[in-house]
Design a protein around this ligand. Structure first.
Ligand SMILES: Nc1ncnc2c1ncn2[C@@H]1O[C@H](COP(=O)(O)OP(=O)(O)OP(=O)(O)O)[C@@H](O)[C@H]1O
Ligand SMILES: [Mg+2]
Length: 216
């Protein structure tokens, strides 16, 4: 199973979603390889802060489209699940990631700038789906706030695209930023609401691929 977390817009939560998903899937007993395709190396740095003893989440850096194309199939044989943490910069990498994926997750923030930038990626996914209709995709609204009108409107605007929107959203919470710098995830943190919402989101994703759910 290959899952990409992509968006050419920077800072929308790709690495946050990818790391939480990696740990969540590992908690269901699967081996997970997280491929950091961003030269900023955020996921690699996150793993560097994490306990060495955690053998279930391996993180590697692979920042070129040709390297990813050559190696991805070999990696698939070695792990139950591969999660690709996308780069905000390079289109060729995104194209290889989409083509290799069974599922593409598009985190998007509740802002018009995020949604406009996302539309380019949607067209890229639609092109890939025209060749391989098996590729699934889903938006997830990150940095959602119940109090802003914009957050409420984001879902309606995203529904105009062909790609479905996850029921579950991730709120703006310090837990996501605090855990990232410590090599942890909201699943391993004391903020109950963050843990509940990220568990619900991960279970929605696991449902999309018909995999065993993560217990609360
Ligand atoms: N739901 C959230 N609540 C609060 N902070 C968040 C949330 N999601 C992400 N952040 C913070 O926003 C910043 C950007 O998030 P992240 O690194 O996951 O985005 P990205 O899309 O991977 O960025 P880049 O394009 O630079 O790779 C980080 O500091 C992260 O901790
Ligand atoms: Mg990132």
């Amino acid at each position: 199973m290959i899952i990409s977390v992509l968006n050419i817009k920077g800072g929308v939560g790709k690495t946050t979603v990818a790391t939480n998903l990696a740990v969540g899937i590992a908690k269901t007993g699967k081996s997970v390889l997280l491929i950091d395709t961003d030269t900023q190396g955020s996921a690699v740095s996150w793993r560097g802060e994490r306990e060495d003893s955690d053998a279930n989440v391996t993180v590697i850096s692979l920042c070129s489209a040709s390297a990813l194309r050559k190696q991805i199939i070999g990696f698939r044989d070695g792990f139950d699940c591969i999660i690709i943490d996308g780069s905000p910069h390079v289109d060729a990498l995104a194209a290889v990631s989409i083509a290799a994926s069974e599922l593409v997750i598009l985190p998007v923030g509740p802002s018009p700038l995020d949604i406009w930038a996302t539309s380019k990626m949607v067209y890229q996914i639609e092109d890939a789906q025209a060749i391989n209709p098996e590729i699934k995709a889903s938006f997830v609204i990150n940095k959602f706030s119940k109090v802003t009108l914009l957050s409420k409107e984001t879902k309606a605007v995203l529904q105009e695209f062909s790609i479905p929107v996850c029921e579950n959203t991730l709120g703006t919470r310090v837990a996501y930023a605090d855990t990232m710098t410590q090599g942890l995830t909201a699943l391993e943190w004391h903020d109950r609401k963050a843990k509940e919402e990220v568990t619900a989101f991960i279970n929605e994703i696991l449902g999309l691929i018909s995999w065993q759910q993560l217990s609360a």
